[in-house]
Design a protein around this ligand. Structure first.
Ligand code: NAD
Length: 364
């Protein structure tokens, strides 16, 4: 029976990578009916918004979406499409697997054992947008509040961002991380924060993760401070499995982890909530190479692997991942960013790399 999935090709290179995904999924024999929805800068002229309501309606109706990158217009007063999607659909968990594939150049000496999943809280923390500008008086009443209520006197040149972290939000993301670990045969969850310094926000996150860990005795649990974790991921990335973090550290550690497996071009992602899931590559719209058949489709294809797994199309997910891995390892039909210095062949175009993956799918 066919399943309908919302497909948002997005801006820049988005339509090129969306085409490759559609071709590969058709080759896998998974019957998906794509509900294609335009979003991004092209929609601003046509519909006066980069995220028309019909896109949200489509995701609410089909519950699953695959999304290409969308540009956030700078200084035009539009809210980020990605932030709005997360808020409107309560996509509280950002999942970023970081696994090394042979054939990709990594600066780590033994990258083969890297196979991490980063679970980032998506709604709270310093990203909640509660900010006060550097001014005194009505524009920054928080300075007055601090002076009157706490006796803390800060200068009028001080800007303030508030870091809200709740027990409910922290337990919700920790539960997601442990349940993800159980479902995917993972062994350990590491909670990461700076609880030694920020006791009421990060300390609360740490305690919430500990509480949740006690309900999941089959999964090992440990706690690490975020500064130490940055060093650990560069020196001993193979020691880690599932990482769970508040929003800001999650954002930073996700890119660090993508860096050790070869960059954002090969990193997939998913934003998930209790009702809806939106799968997307982690790179942007790459306007410098848009429309040139140069973009590496791996990030979007690996996001489709996550989507198929979520749809319980386990066999198709494994076959797609193995086909992508085989083409990357072979190294002859990969885009320029994946070419090693030793490779004698010219880089493949996006479509040619997609065709090589389809060939592997048909051979497996
Ligand atoms: P970018 O990721 O688009 O590009 C950075 C560099 O990496 C460019 O040189 C680009 O050519 C290259 N690159 C990126 N993905 C690649 C791929 N798959 N294959 C080969 N090369 C690749 O980052 P940026 O330039 O900072 O952002 C451009 C636009 O994308 C901005 O408007 C930004 O807001 C948006 N953006 C969207 C998302 C999203 O929708 N999830 C994420 C990040 C950035």
């Amino acid at each position: 029976m066919s399943q309908t999935v919302t497909l948002i090709p997005g801006d820049g290179v988005g339509p090129e990578i969306a085409d490759v995904v559609k071709t590969c999924i058709a080759a896998l024999g998974v019957d998906i009916d794509w509900d294609i929805q335009g979003a991004g800068t092209a929609m601003i002229k046509k519909e006066n918004t980069p995220l028309p309501d019909r896109v949200l309606d489509s995701i609410r109706s089909h519950r699953i979406a695959l999304k290409g990158p969308v540009e956030t217009p700078v200084g035009k007063g539009f809210r980020s499409v990605n932030v709005r999607l997360r808020q409107e659909l309560d996509l509280y968990a950002c999942v970023r697997p970081c696994k090394f594939y042979k054939g990709i150049q990594s600066r780590i000496t033994a990258p083969e054992a890297i196979d991490l999943v980063i679970v980032r809280e998506n709604t709270e923390d310093l990203y909640a947008g509660i900010e006060f500008m550097n001014a005194c008086g009505a524009e920054n009443p928080f300075l007055q509040f601090l002076k009157e209520q706490k006796g803390i006197e800060l200068g009028c040149d001080t800007g303030i961002s508030i870091k809200p972290i709740s027990v409910s939000g922290s337990e919700r993301i920790a539960t997601f991380a442990f349940e993800y670990a159980e479902k995917h045969g993972r062994k350990k969850v590491t909670a990461i924060d700076k609880a030694n310094i920020m006791k009421f926000s990060d300390g609360l996150f740490m305690k919430a993760a500990e509480t949740v860990s006690q309900k999941h005795p089959d999964i090992a649990y440990e706690h690490k401070l975020v500064d130490n974790m940055c060093m650990q991921l560069v020196q001993y990335p193979e020691k880690y499995d599932v990482l769970v973090l508040p929003n800001l550290y999650g954002d930073i550690i996700s890119d660090l982890a993508a860096g050790i497996i070869g960059g954002l071009g090969v990193a997939p992602g998913a934003n998930m909530g209790t009702e809806y899931a939106v799968f997307e590559a982690t790179h942007g719209s790459a306007p410098d190479i848009a429309g040139q058949n140069k973009v590496n489709p791996t990030g979007m294809l690996l996001s489709a692997v996550l989507m198929l797994d979520h749809m319980n199309e386990r066999e198709a997910a494994i076959r797609l991942e193995q086909s992508i891995a085989a083409v990357i390892k072979d190294g002859r039909h990969v885009t320029a960013d994946l070419k090693t210095t030793a490779s004698p062949d010219p880089p493949a175009g996006t479509r040619e790399m997609g065709a090589a993956i389809v060939e592997k799918i048909n051979a497996l």
